[in-house]
Design a binder for this molecule. Structure first.
Ligand SMILES: [Zn+2]
Ligand SMILES: [Zn+2]
Length: 276
């Protein structure tokens, strides 16, 4: 009597032996159950196991995330430089012998410096402390008169809004090694890597309507960006609509401004003829 076992009965998930496999990983060939199957953006239709899905050579978003993981962004540099400026301002006021500065004013200048330095160095607590900094500075400045209060509010509110924007910024969160959702990562990738030339083509096209010098740039960028569009590529390259809009706007602006120039020349030349 031969012992026959059907192949489907043998195929079990590598992680969950109690589950039968739904298929095999496209990269390593391991069996995966329905719960373990991962789909990689841009490679829909292929199955991956969890380990392979997280590999940068498979998942372009993962590669993109690793590229910025712990890497200082422009916000870190901005906060660092502003702190340096406040330190310099505080020192200059403190060392000015002609006009002694009130102690609370010096506190207001120096208090944010450690936060700014820690932020620049990527210390996690500084991310949250930055939110409180504008409020702390406003309190330390201790405005007395009505005018002073309005001045402090006018400065503190934009600073607070900026601090909130920085706190939520996906690129900055990657610098601080905070997890970001796949959707947020995809949005950042879209801005940075998904055919940015097409975006430039569109903005050149819009500028070209008012300033004709941008119109040829719009056509040029639009044409190059249009050639790059490839929805089948991995990762998919899009923004065909923006590239096309840039070309159309560029050509339309050139025609419009050409027409304006011609009619101007025509009027000018006919004026010259009449004067003769
Ligand atoms: Zn695998
Ligand atoms: Zn499984």
């Amino acid at each position: 009597m031969s012992l026959e076992v059907s192949s489907s009965a043998l195929a079990r998930c590598a992680v969950h032996p109690e589950m039968s496999a739904a298929g095999t990983c496209s990269r390593c060939g391991g069996f995966v159950c329905a719960d373990c199957v991962k789909v990689v953006p841009g490679l829909e239709g292929r199955m991956f196991c969890a380990a392979c899905e997280a590999r940068p050579e498979v998942n372009y978003l993962e590669a993109f995330r690793l590229e910025f993981w712990g890497r200082r962004d422009r916000w870190a540099w901005t906060v660092g430089l502003v702190s340096l400026g406040l330190l310099a301002l505080g020192l200059v006021s403190a060392l000015d012998p002609r006009a002694p500065t009130a102690l609370r004013l010096l506190f207001a200048f120096f208090a944010p410096v450690p936060v700014g330095v820690a932020f620049f160095l990527g210390r996690s607590w500084a991310r949250h402390a930055l939110l409180a900094t504008p409020v702390v500075m406003a309190v330390l400045l201790g405005p007395d008169s009505r005018e002073e209060v309005s001045l402090v509010v006018v400065c503190a509110v934009p600073a607070l809004i900026t601090a909130v924007v920085i706190h939520r910024d996906v690129r900055n969160r990657l610098f601080f090694r905070r997890d970001v959702t796949p959707g947020e990562l995809q949005a950042l990738w879209n801005v940075r890597r998904n055919n940015p030339l097409a975006r430039h083509a569109l903005s050149f096209g819009l500028s070209g309507v008012f300033m004709p010098v941008f119109a040829p740039l719009a056509v040029l960028c639009g044409a190059v960006a249009w050639r790059r569009v490839d929805p089948e590529a991995h990762p998919p390259i899009g923004r065909g609509g923006q590239a096309l809009a840039g070309i159309v706007l560029g050509v339309a602006s050139l025609l419009l401004w050409g027409f304006v120039l011609l009619s101007f020349l025509n009027r000018f030349l006919s004026g010259v003829v009449v004067h003769k």
